[in-house]
Ligand binder design. Structure first.
Ligand SMILES: CC(C)C[C@H](NC(=O)C[C@H](N)C(=O)O)C(=O)O
Length: 308
């Protein structure tokens, strides 16, 4: 089986030109990291964790360092991961002071009898697993401090505004053994209430993986994604015989019509086909397969480069 990895960097609105270049670099780096793991015989779970870790460590994206701030100016993160082999899943929500929530989600999947840990219990589990804490400020970027201020001012003035380009991250992969997996990680949405949990850690909404069908990772307005179970809905359409593009468009359209929510989807099938679709203004994405990486941010341009 030829391995495939697809990554996304959130459902973005207008990205400035110089930021576009940095976002593009980051997304390619993550796809390459995931692909190299698969090439070296790593599993789909290893690949999605590896790709998402690269993006959590990149301050341009809304996950790990670079996460958006809640209404108190703090970072609270959500993440989940799933193996399509046996549907094993791991999720964490409202996580503070940890560099890589996706690795904690994987530990929940592999080292506990549970699927989902939150708040204090998740923090205690992280400590027990030897995951170091980082000072909260280490995850906060100047850009997000500015954005929170702006968001609060606009809200106070009741100006119509759109959430600016954020950058939730996700990955899907198919490995040489025919296993699929997904991973999604986020700081959530800016100016959210303390304790707000979105779609990202919820299996079926923030992602889904089943070897019999494929794997999906989502981004977008979490409350809308939760209401329609966007990831599982997409795979349902694939199960019904739709192509990946049709399935992604159908579930995104449904979310738009039913709850006026915008978002984006990456999907890989058990056969190794893939698609990236969005109803937000843009979505940074990259797909690595057969030694090449295809990538794009908006509809204006798709690049193809050879993998090193
Ligand atoms: C405004 C939206 C399209 C931006 C998008 N946000 C998420 O994906 C947030 C995540 N699904 C949640 O609700 O917690 C982003 O970060 O790029």
């Amino acid at each position: 089986m030829n391995p495939v990895v697809v990554v996304h960097g959130g459902g973005a609105s207008c990205i400035s030109k110089d930021r576009k270049e940095r976002v593009h670099q980051g997304i390619i780096q993550a796809a390459t990291a995931g692909y190299n793991i698969l090439k070296e015989g790593g599993s789909a779970v290893d690949a999605v964790e590896g790709a998402v870790t690269v993006l959590e460590n990149d301050p341009e994206f809304n996950a790990g360092c670079g996460s958006v701030l809640n209404t108190n100016g703090e970072v609270e993160m959500d993440a989940s991961i799933m193996s399509g082999k046996d549907l094993s899943s791991g999720a964490v929500s409202a996580i503070r002071c940890i560099a890589n929530p996706i690795s904690l989600a994987r530990l929940v999947m592999e080292k506990t009898p549970h699927c989902f840990l939150t708040g204090q219990g998740a923090a205690e589990f992280a400590a027990a697993m030897g995951i170091p804490t980082v000072p909260g400020e280490q995850l906060i970027t100047e850009r997000n401090v500015r954005h929170l201020q702006k968001e609060k001012q606009e809200k106070a003035a009741q100006k119509p505004h759109q959430q600016i380009s954020l950058g939730t991250v996700g990955a899907v992969a198919l490995d040489c053994m025919g296993n699929v997996a997904y991973a999604t990680s986020t700081g959530g949405i800016m100016n959210k209430m303390v304790g707000r949990v979105g779609d990202t850690p919820c299996i079926g909404s923030g992602g889904y993986a089943d070897n019999g069908i494929g794997a999906v990772s989502t981004t977008g307005h979490g409350e809308s994604i939760l209401k329609v179970n966007l990831a599982r809905l997409t795979l349902f359409h694939v199960e019904q015989g739709k192509t990946l593009e049709e399935a992604a468009n159908m579930s995104l359209d449904y979310m738009k019509c039913k709850v006026k929510g915008l978002g984006g989807i990456i999907v890989v099938s058990k056969a190794g086909d893939w698609a990236a679709k969005w109803t937000s203004e843009a979505m940074p994405w990259a797909a690595a397969k057969d030694g090449k990486v295809h990538s794009g941010i908006d509809l204006s341009e798709t690049r193809v480069t050879d993998l090193p």
